[in-house]
Design a protein around this ligand. Sequence first.
Ligand code: SF4
Length: 609
Amino acid sequence: MATFDDFHGTYFTIQSLRLHHPEIMDKVEILVIDNNPDGKHGSDVRGIINHINSTRPNFQARYIPHKESVGTSASRERIFTEARGKFVLCTDCHVIFPGGALAKLVEYLEANPDESAIMHGPLLYDDLRGVATHFNEQWRSEMWGTWGAAWADKTGAHFTVIDNGGKCKYVNLIDGKTEVAPLFVKSGLDWAGHERILMGSGCRNLGKDPSEPPFDIPGQGLGVFVCAKEHWSHFNPDCRGFGGEEIYIHKKHRAAGKRVLLLPFLRWLHRFGRPDGVKYPLTLWNKVRNYVLEFQEMGWDLQEVYNHFVIEQKRLTQDEWNLLISNAKTTLTQPSAAHWREMYSSPEKIVEKVKTEKPLASIHMDLLKKYSEQVDDVLDIGVNVYTTIATFVGTKKSVVSYTGVPDDPTLHKLMQLPDNKQISVNQLETLDYSKLQPADLISIDYTPEGQVLTQVFNNIINFNLAKRFIVIHNTKAFGEFSPSKGYGLMVAIRFFLKQHPEYTVIEHIHDGAGITVLSKDERDKTALPKFTEMVGNLFGAVKSYVAEGAGMVSKEVFEARLATCAICPHRNNNRCGLCGCFLESKGRLAGNAGVCPIGKWAEVERSLE
Ligand code: SF4
């Protein structure tokens, strides 16, 4: 068991084990992990273990101080690390088992030595009669999981009942979501008193009779559970503080192909009352952080965690949520109000805040800011707020933004800072190209579809909107193919550049989802060589052509060469900025007459072989 400043609970749990279960004591060891050994109760807990060991030399009890990490995951995980037995029963330090329950457990495990399930027993209510068998997969009161009772209908089919706004909802016992229709049970029963009506309809409360066979449950409170050491699924090592492991550990165990069982004979009584208050650090931040870490570990959608804590309970702000999901491992404590005031104190701080929340956007924000700093006005078309923020911080004068997140609070905090820049934020859906003014920089971050990008390019050209830079996002993630299996963004860019050679790819970043910058401004392109140098290059090419008589390359090679030049940062309109040659002419020549100065054509030709 793990304990934290709970000598009273620990004492009675251990003594009850010894007093009421003497028949198994020579087959087990008792292990106490003290998560607060220097606390007020630490020496007494250590003392009782020492006393028992000194008076009963053959009895195996161990006291292990655990100060390294405080929390239910860490201390329970230490139990599995330290335990010497094949099976581990992990119990809270304020639990009592009815006489005979543990002997039955030992008997069951001896008969099933290969059991790989996480095993639970029914939780006895304080009236010592009623039981709860499992956790339903529901969010309530800052917890994932609500106590429930398992039922079988007249055919023996298992189900559970969920309180759906005062009415009963019957769902599959294991997934907790799929609605079922138990035989002979009326739909839409009132929640209050439904148990009596279900029993009157021939249904049976599962797990109430200790002699019943084990059955599968979705999960349960971790006050008591048993698992073979070798089959244990392990808690997330970064979790801290108390709470958040239920359902997660059960789903993780099942995802590994193992079961979660209820053993009806393993009844347990749990002390919930805490008249002296909770001694351990129980914080909301720890709980949400643990859920975030666990969901991210398992690759589950975080939406339900967000809905519960941010939308329904309103216990976390959007900023706090953003910080948690981007940096859960390192953000151990809830930031103070002063922290957020500091974060919103300057445009640079706001950029840093967004980069912390969206590490993948960090390089893209730096790049956008770098180009925006060179211009007066920006047109920002996108679904993400970080493009608007980066360009607004960078630009000298103004940003017109058509964005999918016009109400983003961080953007509005930025807009409230004293500044002489102009910003107009509009809903993306209201975008009408015919009403836009030309801009020095256009940022496009709203489509993975090459076909849509082609339409955007057409609008930019038709309405003469681009004065210098065009920045296109996601060109790596959706470069050649779009999610709808159409052509990708790089295909659209190559197509555009073929029609508009006055634009050059001046930067192409492969990090994250990729980003590509085009410019038609001569200042941004590789300058052509001096006239005399160009004449020399041309003469050399002609000389090689005549001397070698190598002729022309195939149409396929020619087109591949031009496609390479199209997105090469050294292209200057129709010419190569490095040698000054006209690409349409030089690109046709074979042998040493037709060579890219930096070997790019040779590379592409090798890939065609
Ligand atoms: S010839 Fe080579 S360096 Fe010149 S534009 Fe083409 S790919 Fe670039």
